[in-house]
Every structure is written in structure tokens, then in C-alpha cells.
Design a binder for this molecule. Structure first.
Ligand code: ADP
Ligand code: 5GP
Length: 200
């Protein structure tokens, strides 16, 4: 398929959903299917890199002290503590990716979504569109998290507990679209439709 022209609004797309639901998989498919269309923000995190995750590509991997120092410098658009680690989207990564003239995509958890929603009207706010990815069930989510094999048992439990809170938050209707990632190809089509709207 050829790449369609980007959505006329060029509004950033915020993708959220429980850990293990398939956000990364869907984002990867979007980027591969439509090259030179999207730019993913590179968050900062205090968690350890997984095998294959490169510095400055998957994340900026920083120490706890560096992260706190960045918070005190007001460097983040939003930041949150997730499963014992800090994660944040810097103003710099948004500026860098917007400068590429592509559609900016963020993959963040619920506290970040809430902060961005609250600040969207302010001068430093980001006017984005929000999509939530749901698992078909908690059991399916657990199977995916375990199947990915990247977290220790304790961390899987924390992520599942957080998943329930993410699902509750999504019940409040704060997202512009909710997509159930049951069948990957079907969910992907829905995401594509949301991202491109009527331009596809
Ligand atoms: P997230 O980025 O939301 O944490 P991932 O994209 O890493 O999640 O996906 C978690 C695991 O679930 C991966 O092993 C991925 O291959 C698998 N997965 C993703 N989507 C589906 C799906 N629709 N059905 C079954 N497995 C899936
Ligand atoms: P992971 O450790 O699996 O890469 O990410 C864990 C969670 O942190 C995911 O829900 C992901 O969306 C979220 N996340 C990643 N980067 C950021 C960020 O910059 N800000 C916030 N708030 N959440 C993030």
C-alpha cells in the first residue's frame, strides 16, 4: 500500500492502554506500513533497557537522579511513575519530532494522558487526539505479557494491577476512540482509520 498524505490536522496521536495489550506492535505496523509519515516521541525512563532496546531509540535511559533533575528543570510535558519507574515525555522530544513535519505519536500511560488532557488549553499544552487500546480480556492480557517474556513475575503482577486501573480510567470516556486489540489485523485497520480519518 502506498502512504496516504498525513491527516490534514497533523495533530499528535496519543496511544495508551495496559502494558502488554499490543501498543508497540500496532505502532510498529503503522510505521512500517506508512514510512515517512510518523515520528514517535522518545521518552525518558529510569527502567532498565530490555534486550534490543537502544539508547535514544526506544527510550533515553537515565538514572533516578537525572530524572528528578529533569523534573525540577520543568523539562517534561508530562511524566509519571509506572510499576516503580519514572517515565516522561520531554518538551525537547516533542519539538524534535514536530520539526520533522510528520505526525507525532506518543505511547504513554494514563497519568500522562490525564496531565496532557488537563494542560491542552495552556500555552505549553499539546493539542492531541487520544486512542485507547483495550485487551479482549484480562486473561488474554496476562497471556500476552507472559508470552512477551520481558518482565519478572513481580513486575508482571504490578503491570496487571495497573492494567485494571487503566481500564477503569478508559471507562470515563476520556479517549477519542477505544479499540479492542483482539484480532491484530482488525485492530490495526481500526487504528489506521482513526489516524487518517477520511483521508485514507
Ligand atoms: P505493549 O506495547 O502494549 O506493552 P506489545 O506490543 O509489546 O504490548 O505486545 C505484547 C505481546 O502481545 C507481544 O508479544 C505481541 O506480539 C503480542 N500481541 C500484540 N497484539 C496481539 C494480538 N492481537 N493477539 C495476540 N498477541 C498479540
Ligand atoms: P514499558 O516499560 O513497557 O516500555 O512501558 C510501560 C508503560 O509506560 C506503558 O504503558 C507506556 O505507554 C508508558 N510510557 C512510556 N513512556 C512514557 C512516558 O513518557 N510518559 C508516560 N506517562 N508513560 C509512558
Amino acid at each position: 500500500m502506498t502512504s496516504p498524505s498525513p491527516s490534514p490536522s497533523h495533530q499528535p496521536i496519543v496511544i495508551s492502554g495496559p502494558s502488554g495489550v499490543g501498543k508497540g506492535t500496532l505502532i510498529q505496523k503503522l510505521f512500517t506500513t506508512h514510512p515517512n509519515t510518523f515520528a514517535l516521541t522518545v521518552s525518558h525512563t529510569t527502567r532498565e533497557p530490555r534486550p534490543g532496546e537502544a539508547e535514544g531509540v526506544a527510550y533515553h535511559f537515565v538514572s533516578h537522579d537525572t530524572f528528578l533533575s529533569l523534573i525540577s528543570q520543568n523539562a517534561f510535558v508530562e511524566h509519571a511513575l509506572f510499576s516503580g519507574n519514572h517515565y516522561g515525555t520531554s518538551k525537547q522530544t516533542i519539538m524534535d519530532q514536530v520539526a520533522k513535519g510528520l505526525i507525532v505519536v506518543l505511547d504513554i500511560e494514563m497519568h500522562g494522558v490525564r496531565q496532557m488532557r488537563e494542560n491542552s488549553g495552556s500555552s505549553s499544552g499539546v493539542d492531541a487526539r487520544y486512542v485507547f487500546i483495550r485487551p479482549p480480556s484480562i486473561e488474554a492480557l496476562e497471556a500476552r505479557l507472559r508470552g512477551r517474556g520481558t518482565e519478572r513475575e513481580e513486575d508482571i503482577r504490578k503491570r496487571l494491577a495497573q492494567a485494571r486501573r487503566e481500564l477503569e480510567y478508559a471507562e470515563q470516556g476520556v479517549h477519542d476512540r477505544v479499540i479492542v486489540n483482539d484480532d491484530l489485523d482488525r485492530a490495526y485497520k481500526e487504528l489506521e482509520e482513526f489516524v487518517f480519518g477520511s483521508t485514507l
